[in-house]
Design a protein around this ligand. Structure first.
Ligand code: DOR
Ligand code: ZN
Length: 336
């Protein structure tokens, strides 16, 4: 049996920089036609120069493959309308992080005072720049996303013309919130469709499955699965593939992030097949994102076949993927 996907898109991807970028960018470019690239570098991407030079480094790392890096800026409440106008053609979205909530987010937003955020959000709204949000409060780790929902609602209500993407949702509360506001959308990762907190910490601790937001309860995963498998028109695939060196994961103070990019399509096909939903996968991994963002990514057809695929233990001796050393049921046979 064979599955064919056109222009697969990863609408939430961490590509990092330097040596790690050189390892992971070609892996994404092998099977994805494009990706929305997160700006949480050190320092974060906040200027036009940083944006354009990062984009060039990504394209250099990708080499000959067809791959469109859709760029994001790191949200700052002091961006001027003139600056946003000047960068709007170089970005697809702006990513807002609450200060200190995850990897390299120290320069993010504290307090969510709408008066402080309004000038930038109004300008983005007028220019048609979507807002991507890491929606977690600083509360108890299992409750952080649910506690953030009122902030999403406040943003959605006060900026009705702003497209707001709830990134990497993990709870049934977030799936419910999508239904209440026309201008709310969401990305869903691969790992949150597969795992719950039990897989991370229910037995021996699994550092390679530790991420932010942390995987939640079975009923939350069910709600995410329901939205993804029916390819709800307001959700899209965003892997949140977040590579860290092996020694930063297998350490006290384990870094947050699951590295899924090179195995994402294989594992998605396996999941959608298991749930008899293969006819919805094209919408979930591409068509919904094309429509929500209004993009036309470069043509790429990826063919997968139903035969065993042994996931590598590690890439370039540096970064360990999800399902390392395990066999998936689908392999990529061609992409181009
Ligand atoms: O687990 C995560 N890792 N969550 C994020 O929000 C950021 C990411 C990273 O950059 O490592
Ligand atoms: Zn992320």
């Amino acid at each position: 049996m064979v599955v064919s996907l056109n222009e697969p898109l990863d609408m939430h991807l961490h590509l990092r920089d330097a040596g790690m970028l050189d390892i992971v960018a070609p892996l994404s470019a092998e099977t994805f036609s494009g990706a929305l690239v997160m700006p949480n570098l050190v320092p974060p991407v906040t200027t036009k120069e940083a944006l354009l030079s990062y984009r060039k480094r990504i394209l250099d790392a990708v080499g000959e493959s067809t791959f469109m890096p859709y760029m994001t800026l790191f949200f700052k409440s002091d961006y001027s309308a003139g600056f946003l106008e000047a960068v709007k053609d170089d970005i697809l979205a702006i990513k807002l992080y609450p200060a200190g909530i995850t990897t390299n987010s120290e320069g993010g937003v504290s307090g969510f005072d709408l008066k402080e955020l309004a000038p930038v959000l109004d300008a983005m709204s007028g220019l048609g720049i979507p807002l991507c949000v890491h929606g977690e409060t600083g509360g108890f780790v299992m409750d952080r996303e649910a506690e953030f929902i009122p902030i999403y609602e406040k943003l959605a209500k006060n900026f009705p013309d702003l497209k707001i993407i709830m990134e990497h949702i993990t709870t049934k509360e977030a799936v419910e919130a999508l239904k209440r506001f026309e201008n709310l959308y969401a990305t869903i990762t691969l790992h949150h469709l597969y795992i719950t907190l039990d897989d991370v910490a229910g037995g021996l601790l699994q550092p390679h499955l530790f991420c932010k937001p942390i995987a939640k309860r079975p009923e939350d995963r069910e709600a995410l699965l329901d939205a993804a498998l029916k390819a709800d028109p307001k959700v899209m695939f965003g892997s949140d593939s977040a590579p860290h060196p092996k020694d930063a994961k297998e350490a006290p103070g384990c870094a947050a992030g699951v590295f899924t990019a090179p195995i994402a399509l294989q594992a998605l096909v396996q999941l959608f097949e298991k749930h008899d939903a293969l006819d919805r996968l094209q919408s979930f991994v591409s068509d919904n994102a094309k429509r929500i963002y209004g993009i036309n990514p470069p043509e790429k057809r990826v063919i997968l076949e139903n035969s065993p695929y042994l996931v590598p233990d590690i890439y370039e001796g540096t970064v360990v993927p999800m399902f390392a050393g395990r066999t998936l049921e689908w392999r990529v046979v061609s992409a181009g």
